[in-house]
Design a binder for this molecule. Structure first.
Ligand code: UD1
Ligand code: UDP
Length: 364
């Protein structure tokens, strides 16, 4: 079969790579389509190099824009490509605008659609990603869930059991496959850091970085935490301008966005990670590193229930208190079932095993 695999932004690359490999190992013809949602070398090229992803077969070059502009541009560029390639199946990952745009096009164009990371729900409709997740799942034929809570969400929304496949977490496939190489990174030396001697921070959710007042509050909390544990913050381009305007407190060091191997190394050696990222909540759980999530909710509750994640919200005082508590008594690590490095093999089993994709029932 011919399978189009879609990627568009930083958190897509480490999810699509193992899926592509597993499909190709079983003889599928994979066409990698890059939408161009992220394009800076530090947000894009470094991941292709670090993860050994081949250059995209097709590049849509959509770039940045409002939600409607970006989603619309991806749709307009992807529609003729699907007509030209006439794939049997399209695979989308995650919850970004490119995911939804390609899902909508596919659902109307005819190929089957598989969503990797289906069923995650924050139940927070102010997050653009929640809209993307729910709408993508609704038009998908194959709902590939990373965890039992995600499968349960889908069942509760009325999806049929034969659409829901609990396969595990592909992001952890990539993490485990690259952990040794990441541990060989010299990033700690380059930044003058020692293992266990710093905290790692990422911030890029619109709710945290778009409003200067909210961001200033978070920075105040980081300044207090840095008094106990110095912090390093690889800056997402979305937050760069505002961080520079507000200025960061002493003890908080801004650095460039890190490449994949460097960032895994930075997480692995951190005393604590403070983040609003989805993927980082999962990677810290897999690595057993304490994680404090600077959000009121998470679409990844398994990282709290079984992993090392604690939700701290966005109130500065509560964040500081939570970090002190976590530093005093780090949570015990436990890696969720099926976060075992073999999720993409199970996905290939579902998509290519027993029977052809075309016999799969469509959504009702
Ligand atoms: C997007 C995803 C988000 C994901 C994040 C991962 C959506 C709605 N959001 O958010 O779910 O967690 O990627 O990092 O799809 N920019 C650059 N260079 C780049 C890319 C972006 O400078 O290579 C800047 C531009 O000013 C752009 C802004 O960042 O307007 C936001 O980029 P965009 O892709 O729209 O959303 P993200 O915040 O990156
Ligand atoms: N990541 C990275 N460098 C960074 C920040 C994150 O390589 O400076 C990686 C991280 O290890 C994870 C992924 O990017 O694999 C998460 O992407 P991001 O936080 O941008 O998006 P989200 O997961 O929130 O959608």
């Amino acid at each position: 079969p011919r399978i189009v695999c879609v990627a568009g932004a930083r958190p897509n690359y480490m999810k699509i790579k193992p899926v592509m490999d597993a499909l190709e190992r079983r003889g599928a013809e994979v066409v990698l389509v890059h939408t161009g949602q992220h394009y800076d070398p530090a947000m894009n090229d470094v991941f292709f190099a670090d993860l050994g992803i081949r250059p995209p077969d097709r590049f849509l070059g959509v770039g940045s824009g409002s939600h409607a502009e970006q989603t619309g541009r991806v749709m307009t560029a992807f529609e003729p490509l699907v007509a030209e390639l006439s794939p049997d199946l399209v695979v989308v990952v995650g919850d970004i605008n490119s995911t939804l745009a390609c899902a909508l096009v596919t659902a109307k164009a005819g190929p089957l659609l598989a969503h990797v990371e289906a069923g995650l729900r924050s139940r927070d409709w102010s997050m653009p990603e929640e809209v993307n997740r729910v709408a993508t799942d609704r038009v998908s034929d194959y709902l590939l869930a990373p965890s039992p809570d995600a499968a349960e969400n889908l069942r509760a929304e009325g999806y049929r059991d034969d659409q829901i496949h609990l396969v595990g977490n592909v992001m952890i496939d990539t993490l485990l496959a690259n952990l040794e190489r990441a541990r060989a990174s010299d990033v700690l030396g380059r930044y003058g850091l020692s293992r266990g001697g710093y905290g790692l921070v990422t911030l890029h959710r619109p709710a945290n970085v778009d409003d200067p007042g909210v961001l200033a509050g978070l920075l105040k909390a980081l300044g207090e935490i840095a008094g106990r544990c110095p912090l390093v913050l690889p800056v997402h381009p979305r937050a760069a301008g505002r961080l520079a305007d507000i200025g960061v407190p002493g003890g908080v060091r801004l650095v460039e966005p890190a490449g994949y191997l460097d960032f895994i190394a930075l997480q692995d050696s951190a005393r604590v990670v403070l983040t609003d990222s989805g993927g980082v909540q999962e990677e810290t759980t897999a690595l057993g590193v304490p994680c404090v999530t600077l959000r009121d909710n998470t679409e990844r509750p398994i990282t709290v229930e079984e992993g090392t994640n604690v939700l701290a919200g966005r109130d500065p005082e509560r964040i500081v208190a939570t970090v002190h508590r976590v530093l005093d008594a780090p949570p015990a690590p436990r890696r969720p079932a099926l976060w075992d490095g073999r999720a993409s093999e199970r996905i290939a089993d579902v998509l290519l095993g027993g029977g052809t994709a075309s016999t799969h029932p469509r959504p009702t």
